[in-house]
Design a protein. Structure first.
Length: 396
């Protein structure tokens, strides 16, 4: 056990050292950001101008989706033979006065093999009719005292008081967040044919797959209004939440907090964390094909401003922190501002963003699209949740 712990901390410190080294070499000077020449979401690969809903949904959206799948995130296989749900009782309910706790094993089988993931679900006690659900994809280390919830990161009691059911699963239950073991979950067990493929499933695909399996459980639950569903991810799981929602139209609102490179931020800006930096430190997150663009972001056939269009017309929300320059707050804002054009031009949503990022003084809560930036550093805080829940109130 001691040897395993020593190995874990060694890997952790190596990762931190690599991050600090990369950050020391990183551009934080806006004057050094290249002039942005971005792929046009409204021009097809054959040069067709996309100006209506039919052409968007039949021509351009599939093209953009296929490019993200092939060149950025990798495949997210959706087939399996059987899924079942098992209630267990291992943890003490930390909110006995507010909620019913369901600890759920989701068991998925394919080709004679099965994998089990765990979802922890809190249902408000005082509700007699089905309620909306908020799912958080968690990646924080397990709490040493065995508790289920860190209210600073996952404010269960506040969500319950506002009438939501809320659930979480840990990313590690489907794909460990380590380069040498990320396959030791659903990839090697259920989808081994993905291993070695240049566009094969990696960790983000696995985490997105798990969000979809959680939704399978919510859909059949008599106390959950699954059509009023909210998917939330922070940082690395913010990227995964966006890819999950692009693959699965069952999410009504998708929230990516400080998701940065490969998530909300435009890669071509080469500000903060770059494609090369993220692929070097985390080669198991994205498809192998994404490495072709290390230092060559301008050759990407797509960029992150095209990702919101895969989720439209369902609601999408981004947030940033002023002290989190590594995630490129301006790039995150621009990714959503430019991406919101699909909502406005194709789906007719009423959307108006400020001309300049630097002029933002308050949260931007539009029809189906929202953004805020707060003081502080990289974190999913109660401030983020509180501002986001105002957007939810208007859009769910």
């Amino acid at each position: 056990m001691k040897t395993l712990m020593n190995s874990f901390f060694l890997l952790f410190f190596i990762q931190i050292s690599m991050t600090l080294q990369a950050q020391n070499q990183t551009n934080y000077d806006e004057s050094k950001v290249p002039a942005l020449v971005l792929p046009d979401p409204f021009v097809s690969e054959k040069g067709v101008i996309i100006a209506n809903l039919e052409d968007w949904e039949k021509i351009r959206r599939p093209e953009i989706f296929n490019l993200f799948e092939s060149e950025v995130y990798g495949m997210l296989p959706k087939d399996f033979d059987e899924i079942s749900f098992e209630l267990v009782s291992e943890k003490k309910n930390p909110y006995p006065g507010l909620a019913e706790l369901e600890e759920v094993n989701i068991i998925v089988s394919r080709n004679g093999k099965s994998h089990t993931m765990r979802v922890n679900l809190f249902l408000p006690k005082d509700k007699k009719t089905p309620v909306p659900i908020v799912l958080l994809i968690n990646y924080l280390p397990a709490y040493p005292d065995g508790k289920l919830v860190d209210e600073d990161f996952w404010p269960v009691s506040e969500l319950l008081k506002r009438g939501f059911a809320t659930a979480s699963f840990h990313a590690e239950t489907v794909a460990p967040d380590l380069a040498d073991s990320y396959q030791n979950g659903i990839i090697s067990t259920l989808y081994p044919e993905q291993i070695g493929m240049p566009n094969g499933m990696k960790a983000y695909g696995a985490w997105a797959w798990a969000a979809m399996r959680a939704m399978d459980y919510f859909e059949q639950h008599p106390k959950i209004k699954s059509k009023k569903s909210v998917l939330v991810g922070h940082s690395r799981t913010g990227k995964a939440s966006l890819w999950a929602s692009a693959n699965d139209p069952r999410w009504a609102i998708t929230y990516a907090n400080e998701s940065g490179c490969g998530g909300a931020a435009i890669s071509r800006r080469k500000y903060g964390e770059t494609v090369e930096a993220i692929n070097t430190r985390f080669p198991y997150w994205f498809a192998d094909n994404f490495r072709k663009y290390n230092g060559k972001e301008e050759t990407l056939p797509i960029d992150q401003h095209m990702l919101p269009g895969l989720i439209a017309p369902r609601a999408i929300y981004y947030s940033s922190a002023k002290g989190d320059q590594w995630a490129d707050p301006k790039g995150e804002f621009l990714g959503l501002k430019l991406g919101s054009r699909v909502y406005k031009q194709i789906y007719g949503k009423e959307i108006q963003f400020p001309d300049e990022f630097e002029s933002i003084q308050a949260p931007i809560h539009q029809e189906s699209v929202g953004y805020h930036i707060r003081e502080g550093k990289h974190d999913l805080s109660w401030t983020d949740w509180e501002i986001f829940l105002e957007f939810v109130k208007k859009n769910l």
